[in-house]
Design a protein around this ligand. Structure first.
Ligand SMILES: *Cc1c(COP(=O)(O)O)cnc(C)c1O
Length: 392
């Protein structure tokens, strides 16, 4: 055996996305103790950088030392008590996982279903809350990565609050890619991931909790069933003041997140959101010129996750295999009921740039053309260029 040297790929799937070289460099800096004063000072900066990224002043804002799925679990195990009713919106894979979490907390899910590829319908949430006035929490996904649909967080949170419910929001793919205002929208609990629009290495989950959520966690009747994710304990390490050992923090991974958030702050959140939108428009122009169609209607589409239908007679796996072998390009397959029917093309974080848009369109045009797929060959790049460089 030898040291592992991964191939150099371009990552345009549903995550992980290409990691910025500055972040990889930050990760390779010397490991220090997790209670070293220098490290603790870095943790404080990390918290304020996360507050900026989430647009919140929530004191309980920090990264969970595990991937997005653990952030999801952290929100549910802390906020949901056995026997409670939780309205769970399902319009793709990740809403389904929320339901699993509710059940495993010993609580009762009230499911609000929408078709895969659609946003969550606020009217259905309103109806569910009227039918179940004893519901305590509403949970939904902002950016549903399995389909590319974006739900209206502000409206859904308003409805939940009108019915005296707290809200749990999945922002794993949303954070850094589309407008998200945790404070202004009064989201109670939110979790994200590092490997999507933050372009950081996978394995951490930024979370943030409102004062109302913290109050509920403090007043729980029973202990949180997960020792590792119990925020009452985690805050002994991440909270202000004297820090106590809880678990050994993933030191170098936290350097990476610090660097990723610094890059985001240097660019500016609004600029990052605009960059995602702009390159999505270019990619969309190219894909549509090629004759490919989007799964999600335009008004509900995420810029950072483009789900397109696979043309008739084209073998999904063959195309993705050729993109990987000939172009070192990874795009995503369909998940669940969309497996084999769609491709998910990510434009996330550092990978969201003109070079990648043109690379992806060129590569798809070539591979699909060579397989005799029913596409309009030779048009995509020009269509994208006209968006990237209008008027030239
Ligand atoms: C990727 C993703 C997750 C899970 O994150 P992991 O880091 O893979 O555990 C959860 N929700 C959404 C919407 C995602 O896109």
């Amino acid at each position: 055996m030898k040291s592992f040297h991964p191939p150099q790929r371009t990552l345009m799937g549903p995550g992980p996305s290409d990691v910025h070289p500055r972040i990889l460099e930050a990760m390779s800096r010397p490991t220090i103790g997790h209670l070293d004063p220098a490290f603790v000072a870095m943790m404080d900066e990390l918290k304020s950088l996360l507050q900026y990224a989430f647009q919140t002043e929530n004191v309980m804002t920090m990264p969970v030392s595990a991937p997005g799925s653990a952030g999801m679990e952290c929100c549910f195990v802390n906020l949901v008590e056995p026997g409670e009713k939780v309205v769970v919106c399902i319009n793709g894979v990740f809403g389904g996982r929320m339901k699993e979490n509710v059940e495993r907390c010993g609580a009762i899910p009230v499911v609000v279903e929408d078709a895969w590829g659609s946003a969550v319908d606020p009217q259905k949430v309103e109806d569910a809350l009227r039918a179940h006035p004893d519901a305590r929490i509403v949970a939904f996904v902002h950016a549903e990565t399995s389909t590319g649909a974006c739900s209206d967080v502000k409206t859904l949170v308003e409805i939940a609050h009108r019915h005296d419910c707290l809200t749990i929001v999945d922002a794993v793919t949303a954070l850094g890619g589309i407008p998200l205002y945790v404070g202004e929208w009064q989201i109670d609990a939110i979790y994200s991931g590092t490997q999507k629009c933050l372009s950081c290495t996978p394995g951490l989950s930024p979370v943030s909790f409102s004062e109302r959520a913290v109050a509920k966690i403090r007043q729980r009747e029973r202990k949180v069933q997960s020792w590792f994710l119990d925020l009452n304990l985690v805050m002994g390490y991440w909270g202000g003041g004297k820090r106590a050992y809880h678990h050994t923090a993933p030191i170098n991974a936290l350097y990476a997140l610090h660097e990723a958030l610094l890059i985001l702050q240097e660019e500016g959140l609004e600029n990052a959101w605009a960059r995602h939108r702009h390159h999505h428009e270019a990619l969309k122009a190219g894909l549509e010129a090629m004759g490919l169609s989007f799964v999600v209607r335009e008004s509900e589409r995420l810029p950072q996750l483009n789900a397109v239908r696979i043309p008739d007679g084209v073998d999904d796996a063959t195309v993705r295999q050729r993109l990987l072998s000939d172009y070192q390009l990874e795009i995503g397959a369909g998940l669940g009921e969309m497996a084999g029917k769609v491709w998910r093309i990510g434009l996330m974080g550092h990978a969201c740039n003109a070079r990648n848009v043109l690379l992806c369109l060129n590569a798809l045009d070539d591979v699909l053309g060579s397989l005799g797929a029913p596409i309009e060959s030779g048009r995509a790049v020009a269509a994208a260029r006209s968006v990237l460089h209008p008027g030239s």
